[in-house]
Design a protein around this ligand. Structure first.
Ligand SMILES: [Cu+2]
Length: 297
């Protein structure tokens, strides 16, 4: 196996950008396995527009989700369907103005239950009531439509067995020119329950590895690592100048604009293996230009 150790002069330090835009009322991205016990924790980021506080939250449980219990909040009254049932509404209501969720305070509202046995995507409408006004988070994207919705319903990906509960945002691969043997792939990973990235493969590369950048005698070098830990709920960025996926022994030049498949392999704390296959767009430079690419000399 030919290992490539290139020394890179870094023109940009690793930029710790904020994770992708978060829906105003939503569930953690990344999904959860079909048939598993799941704590659906809805996060409220702020009150309705022009309002001072969130005073009630109602969640419409989707068919296929079997509720175990809704978690009470101190100072809020709670109504919920009986344990073991499907559908219906869970509603938390602030008992007084003092216990309402103020302004930009973040609040967590949890419904415990069991996910459907069949993989798919659940859209869960949430009704946010404020001291002034209300918002119905109930928009569901049309098939194939990636446009941003103003009031998206909470989204939960119910995963097939073997699929990793890991959210992959903005995956991209740096374009190559003819004769170039290797390139980098970059993305932001987040695992709600934690995971470890232990391997990568792609049909366009003979060899794919997870690399880190490290100072070595005054020179920044990259080298393969056995695994990359994804702490629960934390965004881990693979970016130029930092951790990255190294694609080597490329079978063809990668032109900007096309997409290539990448399969990421993960391991959980118990050693169970899962994977996730995604399409990464080939780009000339980092998106937005905010993260200047590392230049090779
Ligand atoms: Cu590398």
């Amino acid at each position: 196996m030919n290992r490539i150790h290139l020394s890179l002069q870094l023109l940009a330090s690793l930029c710790l950008a904020a994770p992708g835009a978060v829906a105003h009322v939503g569930l953690p991205a990344g999904g959860a396995p079909a048939g598993s016990s799941y704590d659906a924790t809805f996060t409220v980021g702020h009150a309705c527009q022009g309002a001072q506080a969130t005073t009630a939250l109602a969640v419409q449980l989707p068919a296929g989700f079997r509720i175990t219990e809704a978690v009470p909040r101190p100072g809020w009254t709670l109504t919920a369907p009986p344990a073991g049932s499907q559908g219906g509404e869970v509603r938390w209501t602030a008992a007084s103005a003092a216990s309402a969720l103020r302004g930009h305070d973040k609040g967590a509202f949890t419904v415990r239950g069991v996910l459907p046995a069949t993989p798919g995507v659940l859209y869960i409408p949430v009704h946010q009531v404020c001291d002034v006004g209300e918002v119905r988070w109930d928009q569901v994207p049309a098939a194939g439509d990636t446009a941003k919705l103003a009031r998206p319903a909470a989204r939960l990906e119910v995963l097939a067995a073997g699929t990793a509960a890991v959210d992959v945002k903005n995956p991209w691969v740096r374009a190559t020119v003819a004769g170039q043997g290797g390139t980098g792939a970059f993305m932001t990973l987040q695992a709600p329950a934690g995971a470890r990235l232990v391997g990568v493969s792609s049909p366009v590369a003979g060899v794919a590895e997870v690399h880190e950048m490290k100072m070595d005698g005054g020179t920044m070098r990259m080298r393969p690592i056995a695994g990359l830990d994804l702490p629960p709920g934390q965004s881990v960025q693979l970016a130029p100048g930092g951790y990255h996926v190294m694609l080597m022994d490329l079978k063809e030049p990668l032109a900007a604009g096309r997409s290539i498949p990448l399969t990421l392999r993960f391991e959980d704390a118990a050693g169970a293996r899962t994977e996730r296959t995604l399409q990464a767009e080939v780009r000339q430079v980092a998106p937005g230009g905010a993260h200047a690419p590392a230049h090779q000399h």
